[in-house]
Design a protein around this ligand. Sequence first.
Ligand SMILES: Nc1ncnc2c1ncn2[C@@H]1O[C@H](COP(=O)(O)OP(=O)(O)OP(=O)(O)O)[C@@H](O)[C@H]1O
Length: 277
Amino acid sequence: MMPEVIMEIPSQHDQALVSVEGLTFYRGQRAIFRDLSLTIPKGKVTAIMGPSGIGKTTLLKLIGAQLTPERGQVMFDGQNLHALSRKGLYQARRRISMLFQSGALFTDMSVFDNVAFPLREHTKLAEPLIRRMVLMKLEAVGLRGAASLMPSELSGGMQRRAALARAIALEPELILYDEPFAGQDPISMGVLVKLIRELGSALNLTSVVVSHDVDEVMSIADQVYVIADGQVIGAGTPETIRQLDTPQLRQFLDGAPDGPVRFHHPAEAYLEELLTR
Ligand SMILES: Nc1ncnc2c1ncn2[C@@H]1O[C@H](COP(=O)(O)OP(=O)(O)OP(=O)(O)O)[C@@H](O)[C@H]1O
């Protein structure tokens, strides 16, 4: 059964930085996305939510051109990312930053050197300029005073902030956050929520936040997409999403383990599997 799709068309005033058009992507035989379309407005925070395993990280990797779709396209600032030459793709990727949950810091480098790393790798800037840029990024995340510390000397929340400073070192236009609040205590979560919002406005960043933390992500998103069963099942402002009342959305927003969206990963019949091996 196809889920009922509730869509609020993004405001005409919003210019799309990214538009995902008719995306289809398989893992083996399984369609993770079927004809998925959505737009990411420039300068705004877009949240992507959905049950575990639905493909949120996969979607970020498709948007960041780390994966290639079977059908459909990802338009980034008017360019079809997956049709670009190597050089074009390299240039586009420089404008996109991804902060994955696993995006750990280099443990053998100070916080300063971690943030300086992308600048030293990808630019030919002189050290005094790099230093200034690093200090500005560390100041923005409240860690300028921790520049000389090693990652092991930081709390989990501080590590996440240092990784965020590294992710914005090259001054990207688009930043993709994968579960930025996972494993954080409420105070660190609050700090990160505020930072994502404030950095977004201060740096005129376009942010995409994938998260299970409904309240946190809804508090900073301008626009929300809820994904289930390979498609968008709800789109709109956080207020709109909260008011929608389809069973799929309620299951997700209320945190129910099972409902129209399956808890089980697709599998062959249980009894059959138990009896045949
Ligand atoms: N490298 C891979 N090879 C094969 N299947 C994969 C691979 N990576 C992910 N998958 C499958 O693709 C599906 C989507 O994974 P993805 O990590 O994108 O989901 P998610 O919505 O981000 O999950 P979560 O919220 O739990 O992090 C899952 O069923 C997963 O098992």
